[in-house]
Design a binder for this molecule. Structure first.
Ligand code: ITT
Length: 185
């Protein structure tokens, strides 16, 4: 097995990456080094700043990932602020903002940034459209998983195994692209 470092503080993200990259012969190693999450307009900008910070401290190849939930009837909020919003008003607060909204559509986005010494950083973007529930449902996953049902389904991400979620999710898609990059067919 080859090893690849994933710079993340999030055990849920790490588990999803480990599941997705194992079949192509990669063991994912989590390193929670921390990096500044700048206030920026796009996930890619946040990821780019993160990469620059980590490159000063890590000499090997690594990847990191920035993600967010973009709610249509809230003009894309919480979006790039998803982490802050989750830690402050939480799921209950988001559902409260959505109380009078009939359009429940939302999209999860994920940007994986892959960095190798001496090479340009490569970005892989994944999206997963879906709808927000009225109440949290399910015990698995993390973050907004209990209130998000991917399009075409009837269960939240929190009601799925890591494997099931990763087959459908934004991060599953960005990791698919990383996997194809690491092990072209
Ligand atoms: P890092 O250390 O990798 O940055 P993080 O948890 O801080 O991990 P982000 O900065 O990417 O992650 O913040 C994204 C937030 O959006 C995160 O706190 C979750 O609440 C939410 N989120 C992202 N992906 C999600 C997913 O697949 N399911 C549920 N919530 C998700």
């Amino acid at each position: 097995m080859k090893q690849l470092v994933f710079i993340t503080s999030n055990k849920g993200k790490f588990a999803e990456a480990a599941v997705r990259l194992a079949p192509i012969g990669y063991t994912v190693v989590q390193q929670d080094l921390g990096y500044p999450e700048v206030q920026a307009d796009s996930l890619q900008e946040v990821a780019q700043f993160g990469v620059e910070s980590v490159q000063k401290r890590v000499q090997s190849a690594f990847f990191l990932e920035d993600s967010g939930l973009f709610v249509s009837s809230l003009a894309g909020f919480p979006g790039v602020y998803s982490k802050y919003v989750f830690l402050t008003i939480g799921l209950r607060g988001v559902l409260q903002l959505m109380k009078v909204k009939t359009d429940r559509t939302a999209v999860f986005r994920s940007v994986v940034a892959y960095s190798q010494p001496g090479e340009e950083t490569e970005f892989f973007v994944g999206e997963c459209p879906g709808t927000l529930t009225y109440e949290p449902q399910g015990m698995g996953g993390f973050g907004y998983d209990p209130i998000f049902i991917p399009k075409g389904g009837d269960r939240t991400f929190a009601d799925m195994t890591t494997q099931e979620k990763t087959r459908l999710s934004h991060r599953g898609k960005s990791l698919d692209m990383l996997a194809r990059r690491l092990a072209p067919a």
